[in-house]
Design a protein around this ligand. Structure first.
Ligand code: SAH
Length: 424
């Protein structure tokens, strides 16, 4: 077993045992019917793709892990077609709502083509660019995430049924996107465990890059470590938020707290910030941020390795003042059960940030905890305003960039909030 950094600074255990034997998926037609309990079909007629075991009355047939099944109402009416996982509470993931559509390679190819066409429309296919090509439910491919970093693709699989089809999905991807290598990166710890899925990181096609991969975003270059970096290597979801925040950075002293490889701080520096202090508790992250600042010749950026809570308190105590503070912490709430604690932690860092802001300064504050609703996050900010006796003027409340689409039928895919606010 070894530990790798994955989601927002947390580490996950990747079990290095060989992949469990998975069945060869059949021709895309159902081998069994999953029958819902009475009155439980509504969300699925609404195209929600996750069928929990608690909604299921019985299974007619004997499907294996990854097999195609039909979902039917208690009365026997067709609802949707999906893939079965006996090891997960999320027993069926639905991929089609038309009984004429087989879940075969033709369907996966069509879905991948549609996902790529969207990124093309979004202008995200510059050869040295980076983009999320597939965003799970948001692209009707529940359990599959694909990021492109220049000529490399990083695939994350969070569904057993997608893991069973990994080889053919990668064949299709390789035929659609010219790539020097396709790398499989471990999924977030909790998710992988819930699916009964243990996939070691590996090179699935081609080769792994020998050193960092260099990509361009917002006119800046970043070196990205695809094999050891956080997430699949870079926080692509914040791309547009970095640019939106940087619009306010000109002439200001900027503090980029939780900087990772420096995205927010470097974009602010390039937009004319007077100075940027980028802070992260991980020395690997601050080394990346420093290297990226140097790569772009941004001499106004300094980097420090420190704990955000302690460092903010020290700055507040020392009377330091900033014209812009950016807070992009890791996920504080992993589930609804920890939302109250998470909100307290968000309150604390935002309270400290407001304390070191000059009148008229900017606060850019983010939450990537899907369990914390946007309203709750804004209410937390109202609490900060009350305690600090400062007005918080919301200029923009933003989500993830458009290459991270969310299905209206599955709002569980919406996790990122980025508030751009002014503190008069
Ligand atoms: N803003 C970054 C992404 C931040 S991800 C970007 O745009 O790329 C969250 C970061 O918080 C991670 O790099 C993680 O190392 C760091 N982190 C986690 N806990 C921390 C703490 N207590 N103090 C400072 N940094 C922390």
């Amino acid at each position: 077993m070894r530990r790798v950094s994955t989601d927002r600074g947390k580490t996950a255990e990747v079990i290095m045992d060989p992949c469990p034997a998975l069945p060869t998926p059949a021709g895309g037609l159902p081998v069994a019917t999953v029958v819902l309990k009475p009155k439980r079909a509504r969300p699925f007629f609404g195209r929600h793709p996750w069928v929990l075991d608690s909604a299921i009355e019985r299974v007619d047939g004997d499907p294996a892990a990854g097999d195609v099944v039909d979902l039917a109402t208690h009365e026997g009416r067709f609802v949707g077609r999906g893939l079965f996982n006996p090891h997960s509470r999320l027993r069926v993931r639905l991929y089609a709502f038309d009984a004429a559509v087989p879940l075969d390679d033709g369907l996966w190819r069509a879905r991948l083509e549609a996902a790529l066409a969207l990124r093309h429309r979004l202008g995200l296919d510059a050869p040295d660019g980076a983009a999320r090509l597939v965003n799970s439910e948001g692209d009707d491919l529940s359990g599959l995430v694909v990021d492109r970093y220049g000529e490399w693709l990083c695939v994350q699989v969070t569904a057993l049924a997608m893991a069973a089809r990994l080889e053919s999905l990668c064949d299709i991807l390789a035929s659609l996107v010219p790539a020097r290598g396709i790398l499989l990166r471990g999924a977030e710890r909790g998710l992988a465990g819930l699916e009964g899925l243990h996939l070691p990181d590996r090179v699935v096609r081609g080769q792994a890059p020998e050193g960092p991969v260099f990509v361009r975003e917002g006119g800046l270059r970043y070196g990205i470590d695809l094999t050891e970096g956080q997430k699949t290597g870079f926080y692509l979801d914040q791309r547009d938020n970095r640019t939106a925040a940087a619009r306010h950075a000109g002439g200001r002293r900027v503090l980029d707290m939780f900087c990772y490889s420096g995205g927010f701080g470097l974009t602010a520096a390039a937009a004319g910030a007077q100075s940027v202090l980028a802070v992260d508790s991980s020395s690997r992250a601050t080394a990346l941020a420093a290297a990226n600042a140097e790569l772009n010749g941004l001499s106004t950026v300094t980097v420090e390795t420190a704990d955000a809570f302690e460092h903010l308190a020290t700055l507040a105590g020392s009377g330091a003042r900033y014209g812009m503070v950016i807070l992009d912490p890791p996920k504080f709430a992993r589930s609804r059960a920890t939302v109250a604690d998470a909100l307290r932690a968000y309150h604390r860092i935002n309270r400290l940030a407001v304390e070191i802001l000059d009148p008229g300064a900017m606060l850019v504050t983010c939450s990537c905890s899907g369990a914390v609703g946007r309203e709750e996050f804004l209410t937390m900010l109202a609490g900060v305003a009350q305690q600090a006796r400062r007005t918080i003027q919301l200029l923009e409340v933003r989500g993830a960039a458009a290459d991270h689409p969310v299905s209206a039928s599955c709002l569980d895919g919406e996790y990122l909030t980025c508030v751009i606010a002014r503190i008069p």
